[in-house]
Write a new protein. Structure first.
Length: 189
């Protein structure tokens, strides 16, 4: 018998002063049996950083042809593709050809450096790709917020991210390893 996903609920109050986006999102996240709390919370953070009424979680680990989150247009085109983890070069290339904008959130103390060294020179040709690394301290702090039912507040201002619940709050750091050349529409190749 296959293991089932564990369901998490998150009430996310978001104030993104950088984008003038203020909203409350009631989110349902399905954690795949092979997914860790760390990865689940990085997905939630990625949602907060790119929140939009059209941004949605996908089947993620259950579907190899979908990102972890995406935002599609009314015509079905993929405006934003967000992957969590360390995707291989072919997956990144496919994502950059399918979506207007691609963002990867990588994490893992020992795994990121070799992954990045292997891919670094191969990714610069993709003008619509952004790669961000979350340090272990930030992902460890995210894990402390994990609960089956979460009430979270996220504030973003001047590129600084603060996330917390009624007990804990902390700033979340990330480093941009590669920035997209443009944050607007990029012609598909």
């Amino acid at each position: 018998m296959a293991l089932k996903a564990t369901i998490f609920k998150a009430d996310l109050q978001l104030s993104d002063l950088d984008r003038n986006y203020y909203a409350s999102h009631n989110l349902t996240l399905a954690r795949h049996p092979s997914e860790t709390d760390e990865r689940l919370m990085v997905r939630l953070l990625a949602f907060a950083l790119h929140a939009d009424e059209h941004l949605e979680f996908t089947r993620g680990l259950s579907a190899s042809d979908e990102p972890d989150l995406w935002q599609t247009s009314a015509t079905g085109e993929i405006d934003l593709w967000i992957d969590i983890g360390l995707p291989d070069a072919s997956r990144i290339r496919k994502a950059c050809h399918r979506a207007r904008q691609v963002v990867i959130y990588c994490y893992g103390e020992r795994a990121v450096q070799p992954w990045w060294q292997q891919l670094d020179g191969k990714l610069t040709r993709f003008e619509n790709l952004t790669v961000r690394q979350l340090p272990p301290a930030s992902t460890a702090a995210l894990v402390t917020l994990t609960a089956r039912t979460m009430r979270l507040q996220c504030n973003i201002q001047d590129g600084l991210v603060w996330l917390g619940d009624e007990r804990n709050g902390f700033s979340v750091d990330y480093q941009t390893l590669l920035a997209a050349h443009t944050q607007t529409s990029v012609a598909r190749r």
